[in-house]
Design a protein around this ligand. Structure first.
Ligand SMILES: [Fe+2]
Length: 344
């Protein structure tokens, strides 16, 4: 080990922190025992609870057993590397919301060799040798973010209950939100969208039809074609959904997705007839995932399209100006090459 972090002065007063932060559980995953000890002593002095892991296997065992609020991961952790561990944590539904502080090397070329600069799985990075104050400041900032996402997750759970109630009314629509969400996230990953955008896409897709909670059941479940008045009522789920979520400040980035997921690039969609760049990229991603799920799901008045039929249908619509060709290209690649989860 070439240099240890500065030891914290034991007489220093703890920094001010957000309510509850002191009780937070922090995972320290570092192959170097001296570093683990120094980080642990420093964080415990600040009032945090720490759990140390010498390699990726131990780190994964810790996150399965303990409620971890933040993970400090050394990029050179043994038995894998820090980036692989980060990806494992971010793709596991149980740990995907745990913020990760990646500790990177002091060698100038190390980041380049590990591909760190282009990787979006870590929430923040610190370069060794690590300054104690900077470490504590970063940890507190990430814990504030965790508190925010925890609150968001609680609110999301409540809203999802509404969505499930809506989907429960219509057997042909069961699981629609989850399927759209999986497809939309796969699209976002394929298109290289940053982690934060992937998360908004996931939430927006889960909740895009929440406004149907305000649509009468006889319209949602009607087997025959809807008349013009019924269509108008059904289409109102877009702005009803926006109205439900609008009072929640933390859901603001979702509002356009919810209100405008039935818009088309040529202005022929609803409720606002938006065109082109008036429709955000995240909304376009959710729209296409929604359309794809609609086509590949059986309806009372028709069977489901095969994946190939659905892609051909959406391609025709994209070429006539309804959908974003970049998003369509990502969808075609996912369906053709990677297969969408749950859609064998
Ligand atoms: Fe919808």
């Amino acid at each position: 080990m070439s240099s240890l972090p500065n030891q914290v002065a034991v007489t220093a007063a703890p920094l001010s922190m957000s309510q509850g932060s002191n009780r937070a559980n922090i995972l320290i995953a570092d192959g170097d025992e001296d570093y683990r000890q120094v980080y642990s002593d420093l964080l415990r002095f600040e009032g945090f609870q720490t759990f140390c892991a010498k390699d990726a296997a131990q780190a994964l065992a810790v996150v399965q057993q303990e409620r971890i609020d933040i993970a400090l991961v050394d990029v050179m952790i043994p038995k894998t590397n820090g980036m692989t561990l980060c990806r494992g944590l971010k793709t596991n539904p149980e740990t995907r919301l745990v913020p990760i502080l990646l500790l990177t090397g002091w060698e100038p070329d190390q980041d380049h060799l590990m591909g760190i600069e282009s990787d979006a799985d870590a929430d923040a990075r610190l370069k060794k040798p690590i300054d104690n104050m900077e470490l504590i400041t970063r940890v507190r900032a990430l814990l504030d973010k965790k508190l925010f996402t925890d609150n968001l997750a609680d609110t999301e759970k409540m809203l999802l209950t509404f969505t499930e109630i809506v989907e429960g009314k219509d057997p042909y629509n069961a699981g629609h939100g989850y399927r759209v969400s999986r497809t939309a996230v796969a699209l976002a990953v394929r298109m290289g969208l940053p982690l934060e955008d992937r998360e908004w896409v996931r939430r927006g897709a889960l909740l895009h039809d929440i406004g149907k909670v305000g649509v009468p059941e006889q319209i949602l479940t009607k087997l025959g074609p809807l008349n013009s008045e019924e269509k108008m009522v059904l289409n109102s789920h877009t702005y009803l959904g926006e109205r439900i979520c609008a009072p929640l400040a933390s859901f603001r980035p979702l509002l356009q997705i919810i209100r405008n997921h039935h818009e088309r690039l040529d202005g022929s969609g609803y409720p606002d007839g938006l065109r082109g760049n008036q429709i955000s990229l995240l909304t376009r991603v959710v729209s296409l995932a929604d359309v794809y799920d609609g086509l590949t799901t059986r309806r009372p008045y028709r069977g489901s399209f095969s994946h190939t039929q659905a892609i051909h249908q959406i391609r025709r619509e994209a070429e006539q100006g309804w959908w974003d060709l970049r998003v369509f290209d990502a969808l075609a690649r996912i369906v053709g090459i990677e297969c969408i989860p749950g859609r064998a």
